[in-house]
Design a protein around this ligand. Structure first.
Ligand code: HEM
Length: 400
């Protein structure tokens, strides 16, 4: 694969700790350099502008996922067999086994359970007043809803957050983080193999659907362990990221919190704006299977293509004043959930969880205030807080 010398290059490490903590200046440089920019350190082409990201995501025949969506070969090999890492009919088949569990109708049926849980979370947080936005508000909902849906055995739940975070971390480039994470990601797969062997999923769950599909020869038995964690691994840190970023942004922008409380119908769009502004999943890759042009820049067959959702969502070619947080802008076309055939299968549920927490907080919390220095998690793929000290000021008439 000879490199066309006319193609712009960016020599910085966009996965260094500093870049993970503040990726946006790098993304601005990449967008300014051109539609496809060669990253020599990561041996991939960065696609950072909104229109180009969208067109790559929509052309799944040219830009395939079956060779993996990570930036390193080991993770791409280990991830084989998942919905995320498959193409064409195989992808459609895997998605069909579980998609009925997350249709808008199915998600609507989860509303009452999500509301009950969210009420309990907000009650407990209000009683404390000084909270950690991550531990006390953002984590409990995602870590209770999807594990039940998937039917993950109770005994495997303590490790879930660590395993799922590591699974994302392992999808970065070859760096110290991804190498370290591979062990924990492997533990999750090993546990899942045991779950399949022992058929220890909860009855009537998604996991049960996977085993039944294998019993009926609709999918290969060897694919079951990967499918079992297919919906679990991507459901936790992402949603924790969306909820915690929402809390952070509303704490820093009290006028936006007031705008949300004044008109609660703004909540669905506010969630889009949060996911646009602080995209929980920064980037995934594809493999080009033919010589192709991206935004007029030639890219050779075989090249790895990094689609940076978090950059597309801050592209001034697409968004007016993209670095300002504004829940009244129309943010529905943000790419934080991806787009095209691999567009997030769980976004209905992620939206329900995030909207529900915000709706209950809006009813009961007058102000969310920063109460210390927040800390971002260091992860190759996930953009979320690790610690988020906040003070909740109850609305009048709300017991706290
Ligand atoms: C705010 C929360 C979430 C965000 C930002 C998010 C983001 C994404 C993105 C960007 C993709 C596209 C991957 C690609 O282009 O290759 C994706 C795919 C996926 N997501 Fe999510 N996600 C979230 C929550 C969830 C939840 C709650 C679930 C499960 C219940 C889930 C399950 C999946 C699955 C199974 C895929 C693979 C779809 C496929 O390849 O066909 N996600 N997600």
């Amino acid at each position: 694969m000879a490199l066309d010398v006319s193609i712009p290059q960016y020599r910085e490490n966009i996965y260094s700790k500093a870049a993970i903590l503040d990726p946006y200046p790098h993304y601005a440089e990449l967008r300014a350099l051109g539609p496809a920019v060669w990253l020599p350190r990561h041996r991939a082409y960065a696609i950072s502008r909104y229109a180009d990201c969208k067109s790559v995501l929509l052309d799944d025949e040219t830009f395939i996922s079956g060779d993996g969506v990570a930036l390193n070969p080991l993770a791409n090999r280990l991830g084989r067999g998942t919905t995320l890492n498959s193409d064409g009919d195989q992808h459609a088949l895997k998605r069909s086994v579980l998609a009925h569990r997350l249709t808008p109708r199915a998600v609507r049926k989860m509303t009452a359970a999500v509301e009950d849980k969210a009420e309990q979370i907000v009650d407990a947080a209000l009683a404390k007043r000084f909270v950690d936005g991550v531990d006390d508000l953002a984590t409990a909902l995602p870590t209770s809803i999807v594990p039940d849906l998937v039917g993950w055995p109770e005994e495997g739940r303590d490790n879930l957050l660590r395993w799922a975070g590591a699974t994302f971390d392992s999808l970065g480039p070859v760096n110290r983080q991804s190498i370290k994470a591979t062990k924990a990601a492997g533990e999750m797969l090993a546990f899942s193999k045991r779950v399949v062997r022992e058929r220890s999923v909860l009855p009537g769950s998604m996991g049960d659907d996977v085993l039944t599909a294998a019993d009926e020869n609709r999918i290969e038995k060897s694919k079951c362990p990967a499918l079992m964690i297919d919906y679990l691994a991507p459901s936790l840190d992402t949603t924790i990221g969306a909820i915690s970023s929402a809390l952070h942004l509303f704490a820093r922008h009290p006028e936006q919190w007031q705008a949300l409380r004044d008109v609660p119908d703004r909540i669905p769009n506010a969630v889009n704006e949060v996911v646009r502004y602080e995209s929980p999943l920064r980037a995934f890759s594809r493999r080009a299977v033919r010589d192709v042009e991206i935004g007029g820049t030639p890219v050779p067959s075989g090249a790895r293509i990094l689609v940076i959702y978090a950059s597309a969502n801050r592209d001034p070619r697409e968004w007016h004043d993209p670095d300002s947080f504004d829940i009244t802008r129309d943010a529905a076309r943000q790419l934080g959930f991806g787009s095209g055939v691999h567009g997030c299968a769980g976004q209905g549920l992620a939206r329900l969880e995030t909207q529900t927490i915000l709706r209950i907080l809006a009813r009961r919390v007058h102000r969310i205030e920063p109460a210390g220095t927040p800390k971002w998690a260091i992860n190759n793929v996930i953009h979320r807080f690790e610690k988020l000290p906040l003070r909740l000021v109850a609305a009048e008439g709300t017991p706290s």
